[in-house]
Ligand binder design. Structure first.
Ligand SMILES: CC(C)(COP(=O)(O)OP(=O)(O)OC[C@H]1O[C@@H](n2cnc3c(N)ncnc32)[C@H](O)[C@@H]1OP(=O)(O)O)[C@@H](O)C(=O)NCCC(=O)NCCS
Length: 153
């Protein structure tokens, strides 16, 4: 059974291992060109939730609260568990945490060419803005689309 809980300091090694596996797959679609997003990621105080099966970590979500908006900074699932509903469990837990904080919506940004816009639409988000970006570069130098999405709570 998939469960979601707050991350603990001892989870870091395992979440980093999964993040490395996921990043290796993402880099086949695009590569980050600027350090902007990494700096934003490092400078904000995030809260992290982890998904587990039988106590083993299989995914994580990073969130940052901005008043009435909770931003889903990062979401990743162990490739061995893709398509099993793990992201769905994590997003529902994020929505619950956000509601408790008084947020009215959950927002995120993704790259359309990853196929994630469809995944997040299935999870209750809708596209609010999209533009070509030069902070990530696709295979062969192709321009990619950065998509902002939100889910109303
Ligand atoms: C995107 C990601 C988090 C989805 O996680 P997941 O646990 O596989 O997703 P779920 O199984 O909860 O699926 C959520 C919905 O998307 C659909 N979906 C998931 N993967 C899909 C795919 N490859 N193609 C089509 N639909 C897909 C599911 O059918 C489900 O819809 P449903 O609720 O109507 O059945 C995961 O693929 C991942 O870690 N990717 C790499 C990291 C990443 O890109 N993170 C997002 C950064 S913004």
């Amino acid at each position: 059974m998939i469960e979601v809980r707050e991350a603990e300091p001892g989870d870091r090694r395992e979440t980093a291992r999964i993040a490395r596996r996921v990043n290796a797959a993402i880099q086949k679609v695009y590569q980050v060109q600027s350090s902007g997003s990494k700096q934003r990621f490092a400078s904000t105080k995030h809260r992290q939730l982890v998904a587990t099966v039988d106590g083993a970590i299989i995914g994580a979500a990073h969130i940052a609260h901005h008043g009435e908006r909770t931003h889903l900074v990062g979401l990743f699932v162990d490739p061995d568990y893709h398509g099993c509903g793990v992201a769905g469990h994590l997003v529902e837990a994020v929505a619950q945490v956000a509601r408790k904080r008084g947020a009215k919506r959950v927002t995120l940004r993704t790259v359309r060419e990853t196929g994630n816009v469809h995944v997040f639409e299935q999870l209750g988000f809708e596209v609010i803005e999209e533009h070509e970006t030069d902070t990530v570069q696709g295979a062969g130098g192709a321009l990619l689309s950065e998509t902002s999405m939100e889910r109303l709570l």
